[in-house]
Ligand binder design. Structure first.
Ligand code: NAP
Length: 320
C-alpha cells in the first residue's frame, strides 16, 4: 500500500525476502487470512506495530523453509499456521516460533490460514477472560463472521448454549449448522427480547461483541446475573452508554481487548493455551476453519471489497 485508501491501493510488489531472527521461522505461505484490522491498516487508521512489516496480514499458513537460532520443536518442512504481527499478504512470512500451531493432516494447508486469529481471539476473550463454562449461554454478535463462526463452534464444543445475531436468514442458517441454538436476525428482531424468551428471562452469561457503542445498553439488558461482556470491536463507531445500576444489580462486568497490539509474550501465552485446550478439538475435527472465499493474492482488492460488503460467511483467504 503506497498510501492509505480504498481497496485499489492494494497492489502486488517485489520486496526483499524476510529473514528469521532468533526464535523465529520463515514460512512459505500457502494462504493468508483477511481480517477487519487489515481494512483499518489499509485506510491508515490502524498502523502496524513497531518492527512489523508494512504490508498487512495477521495470520498465515504454510511450510517452514528456514528456522532461526534457538528454535526448538519445529523443523523445515513442518505444516504450520501462525499468528503474525503483520506481513502475511506475501509468499514468505516470518513468524515467532511461539506463535506457530501445527496443521493436522486432515486440514487443507490453505484453509488452515483461517484458524489462528479467530481461534486466538475467541479462546482469549471468551474462555480465558470471560471464563465461559459448560452449561452457560454464550451470545455472539455477528455469528457468521470469521470470529463468530469460531465462537459458535467452540461454545458448542465446550458444552454451552450458543445464541447468535446476524443480518440474514442464510447467515443464521450457517450458524445453526455450526451448532448455534438461538438465532436472531438483528434486522428483524430485538436480540434482548430473543435472549430473554430463550432463557426464561435469565439472559446470556457471556456476550462476545464487536458492534460496541450502539449495542452496549442492550448488551447489559441481555446479560444474566454474574454475566460478562467482552468487547472486541466497535463496528458501530459510537461511544455508547449504559445503565450502570442495571449492570451493578446483575453483578456484571465489561472488559475490552485487542489482540495484535498485545505484547508478544502475551500472544505466546495465548497460543500455548490454544494449543493445549483448543487444538485437541481441531485434531478431533470438532472445530474446523469456515472458509467463504479463496482469492489469489493479486486479487487482495477483491477480498477487501467482499469483507467490507459483509456478504461473506466465515473467513476470506489470499493465496500467493
Ligand atoms: N479485539 C480483538 O482481539 C479482535 C480480534 C479479531 C477481530 N476483532 C474484531 O471482531 C470483529 C469480527 O472480526 P471478523 O474478522 O470476524 O470480521 P468479519 O468477518 O468482517 O465480521 C464482521 C461481522 O459483523 C457483523 N455485523 C455488523 N453489524 C452488525 C450488527 N449490528 N449486529 C450484528 N452483527 C453485525 C457482520 O454480519 P452481518 O452482515 O450479519 O451484519 C459481519 O459478519 C471485527 O470488528 C474485528 O475488528 C477483534
Amino acid at each position: 500500500m503506497s498510501e492509505p485508501g480504498g481497496p485499489d491501493v492494494l497492489v502486488e510488489r517485489e520486496v526483499d525476502d524476510p529473514t528469521p531472527a532468533a526464535g523465529e521461522v520463515l514460512i512459505e505461505v500457502a494462504a493468508a487470512g483477511v481480517n477487519r484490522a487489515d481494512v483499518g491498516q489499509r485506510q491508515g487508521s490502524y498502523p502496524p506495530p513497531h518492527g512489523a512489516p508494512a504490508w498487512p496480514g495477521l495470520e498465515a499458513s504454510g511450510i517452514i523453509v528456514r528456522v532461526g537460532h534457538g528454535v526448538a520443536g519445529w523443523a523445515i518442512g513442518d505444516r504450520v499456521c501462525a499468528l503474525l504481527p503483520g506481513g502475511g499478504y506475501a509468499s514468505l512470512a516470518v513468524a515467532r516460533a511461539n506463535q506457530l500451531l501445527p496443521v493436522p493432516e486432515h486440514i487443507n494447508l490453505v484453509d488452515a490460514a483461517g484458524l489462528p486469529e479467530a481461534v486466538a481471539t475467541v479462546w482469549s476473550n471468551v474462555f480465558l477472560l470471560g471464563a465461559l463454562r459448560a452449561g452457560e449461554t454464550l451470545l455472539v454478535h455477528g455469528g457468521s463472521s470469521g470470529v463468530g463462526t469460531m465462537a459458535v463452534q467452540l461454545g458448542r464444543a465446550f458444552g454451552c448454549r450458543v445464541a447468535v445475531t446476524a443480518g440474514s436468514r442464510a447467515k443464521l442458517a450457517a450458524c445453526e449448522r455450526l451448532g448455534a441454538d438461538i438465532l436472531t436476525d438483528y434486522t428483524q428482531e430485538d436480540f434482548v427480547a430473543a435472549i430473554a424468551a430463550a432463557t426464561d428471562g435469565a439472559g446470556a452469561d457471556m456476550i462476545l461483541d464487536s458492534i460496541g457503542g450502539a449495542y452496549l445498553d442492550r448488551n447489559v439488558n441481555a446479560l444474566a446475573r454474574h454475566g460478562r461482556i467482552v468487547l472486541i470491536g466497535n463496528q458501530s463507531g459510537e461511544p455508547g452508554a449504559f445503565a450502570i445500576g442495571r449492570l451493578m444489580s446483575k453483578w456484571g462486568s465489561i472488559a475490552a481487548t485487542t489482540l495484535r497490539a498485545r505484547p508478544e509474550s502475551e500472544k505466546d501465552e495465548i497460543i500455548a493455551s490454544v494449543r493445549e485446550n483448543v487444538w485437541p478439538l481441531v485434531d478431533a475435527r470438532q472445530v474446523v476453519p469456515v472458509i467463504d472465499t479463496r482469492f489469489a493474492l493479486s486479487d487482495a482488492r477483491l477480498a477487501h471489497e467482499r469483507l467490507e460488503s459483509s456478504a461473506h460467511i466465515g473467513k476470506l483467504l489470499l493465496l500467493p
